[in-house]
Design a protein around this ligand. Structure first.
Ligand code: SF4
Length: 220
């Protein structure tokens, strides 16, 4: 299967998935969207109420801010792939539980395997923990990069954080302004093969990444 076919297969599995209890309360699963050729993957935390109703990621106020951030650096939403750590809405916009993140982790890994992105941008703490490891503070490492399975990753505040804390707006804008440079660097550097480049994509199995259980702000 080519990348588009793999992504389509993942989407078809996610929309009927019952691997965790979030399947019982969601209206629509939100697999993610974007072109199979996307070089940049944005990973949020989980769908909010509007995403649950529409089946699309980042369509509420946080999505509008994300759109403006992308525009500010000359990128279009249609050129990047956007998804979340968990694909179904946690009721009341609560944090996803560790077992929910674990149950859903295989889908994200398979999306990464299919896309082979040059740059992964984490939006919020739950996403940051997968790629940067647990116990890291978003206030300390936002705007910085690390490698995950050979792929350059950049940690960002969730756009919704700026809606709750306006003082973060400028910080997020400054961090976003660095993304084109990070992507240029990622394109130039001979990166090591991402681990997901396997003969067959990893199954939707429990996470290898041990999620932290630190509570976080409600972001939607
Ligand atoms: S959150 Fe993920 S694992 Fe849980 S039901 Fe939705 S798609 Fe399946």
């Amino acid at each position: 299967m080519n990348a588009a076919e793999q992504l389509g297969q993942i989407t078809s599995e996610v929309v009927v998935c019952t691997r965790c209890p979030l399947s019982q309360t969601r209206k629509l699963a939100v697999p993610g969207e974007g072109p199979a050729t996307a070089q940049v993957l944005f990973v949020g935390e989980g769908p909010g109420g509007r995403e649950n109703a529409s089946g699309r990621p980042f369509v509420g106020p946080a999505g509008e801010f994300l759109q403006s951030l992308l525009t500010s650096i000359g990128w279009s939403r249609s050129s990047v792939f956007i998804t979340n750590v968990v694909k179904c809405w946690p009721p009341g916009n609560r944090d996803p539980m560790p077992e929910e993140k674990q149950a859903c982790n295989g889908y994200l890994d398979r999306q990464i395997f299919a896309l082979q992105p040059k740059l992964i941008v984490t939006l919020g703490r739950h996403s940051m923990e997968k790629f940067f490891g647990p116990g890291r503070g978003i206030s300390r490492i936002h705007g910085t990069t690390a490698r995950w399975r050979g792929i350059l990753c950049c940690a960002m505040y969730h756009p919704a954080a700026a809606l709750h804390q306006p003082s973060l707006r400028e910080i997020i804008q400054q961090d976003f302004a660095r993304l084109p440079t990070f992507l240029e660097e990622a394109m130039l550097e001979p990166v090591e093969e991402p681990e997901p480049r396997l003969a067959t994509p990893p199954a939707a199995s429990p996470a290898e990444d041990a999620p932290s259980e630190v509570p976080q702000l409600k972001l939607f």
